[in-house]
Design a protein around this ligand. Structure first.
Ligand SMILES: [Zn+2]
Ligand SMILES: [Zn+2]
Length: 344
């Protein structure tokens, strides 16, 4: 099989490897499409503290079950599945209280163990969710990053009276936008520096006056002009730069909540005065906690379509081009998928 292997930081190869054999409790997935994510780029650049090399990366993928290990029903063979990359121990404190995405012994497929940038991937059977008939495969390939957005809104909660602000119209910000606009129907501002990304925000449900290009208009003034001078009550940082969190704490309305998705190791300086005087709440959100069924249900009910942010499908052999698109070309690309189909 062909696999994308990051052999060490800054060194990646597409190589031929033996097909893996599913262990007890596992299914083998014949991967069709796999999404390129910022964290794949981080692994390539040596900036992910959890990864060990060499590693087959990729944690957003869809395909068909083509073999099963002991203890897994053979009826699953042929099933179209999307894989939740979160593998947890089930024993630790976080697991016991239902927060298994922050398991003490967390294993993320494509980070701690081999992932989906490969023609075959073995994963625990319970991590492979059936994709209902009628769902486009490209939409199913974006369920994982959509679940990341769904997890963030689940963490913060969403009230009908909330006015939201999303920093960043990249894949995660745009997924958040679809959840807030189409599932919850609340007023949601979204920022970016790139007009093409803000055009995608319209496609994902933003109204014209909810789009703010912060390269042209200072954010505080833009919000004021749009009648949100009291500040957003719900803010999500999908840019994940330490300075954004500082600004968000300043902008948030009293009793506001802030969803934090970043993984920067650089400290943000947060004044206690702003936090306490407004009684703000920060909700960190990592990966997703069993959100796949919710997202699949939203898609099948026609509320959201994760496929809206897909701009490219690139043959796996051209993974370097796919990474360049995802990393350096925000004007032409958003979610880039690797195609691992039959003739890859
Ligand atoms: Zn991801
Ligand atoms: Zn655990």
């Amino acid at each position: 099989m062909l696999s994308v292997v990051v052999e060490q930081a800054h060194r990646m190869a597409v190589c031929e490897r033996p097909n893996p054999v599913p262990a007890e409790g596992e299914v083998r997935v014949r991967v069709r499409l796999a999404g390129v994510c910022g964290s794949d780029l981080h692994i390539f650049h040596g900036k992910n503290p959890f990864v060990t090399y060499p590693r087959v990366i990729g944690h957003e993928f869809v395909g068909h079950v083509d073999a099963v290990g002991a203890g897994v029903s053979a009826l699953r063979i042929g099933e179209r599945v999307v894989v939740d990359p979160v593998v947890s121990c089930g024993q630790c404190h976080a697991c016991r209280i239902g927060r298994h995405n922050v398991c003490q012994r967390l294993q993320v497929i494509g980070v701690h163990r081999d992932g989906g940038f490969s023609q075959f991937a073995c994963v625990p059977a319970r991590n492979a969710y059936a994709v209902p008939d009628g769902m486009p495969t490209a939409s199913a390939a974006v369920i994982e990053p959509f679940a990341v957005a769904a997890n963030a809104t689940h963490r913060t909660g969403v009230l009908p009276s909330d006015v939201a602000l999303i920093y960043g119209a990249g894949p995660v910000g745009l997924n958040l936008l679809q959840v807030l606009k189409r599932v919850y129907g609340i007023r949601t501002f979204i920022t970016d520096h790139v007009d093409e990304r803000l055009a995608l925000a319209r496609v994902c449900g933003a109204a014209d006056d909810e789009i703010i290009n912060t390269a042209r208009e200072p954010l505080a003034r833009a919000l004021e002009r749009r009648g949100a001078a009291g500040g957003p009550t719900l803010i999500y940082d999908a840019v994940c730069h330490p300075a954004i969190l500082e600004e968000a704490v300043g902008l948030a309305a009293p009793a506001g909540r802030i969803g934090v998705l970043g993984f920067s190791a650089t400290p943000s300086s947060l004044p206690q005065q702003a936090l306490t005087s407004k009684e703000l709440t920060l909700y960190a959100s990592r990966l997703n906690c069993a959100m796949f069924p919710t997202v699949i249900d939203w898609i099948m009910r026609g509320l959201v379509d994760p496929g809206r942010i897909v701009t490219h499908q690139v043959n796996v052999r051209d993974v370097a081009y796919a990474f360049d698109l995802a990393e350096n070309q925000p004007r032409v690309s958003c979610k880039v998928l690797l195609d691992l189909g039959e003739d890859a």
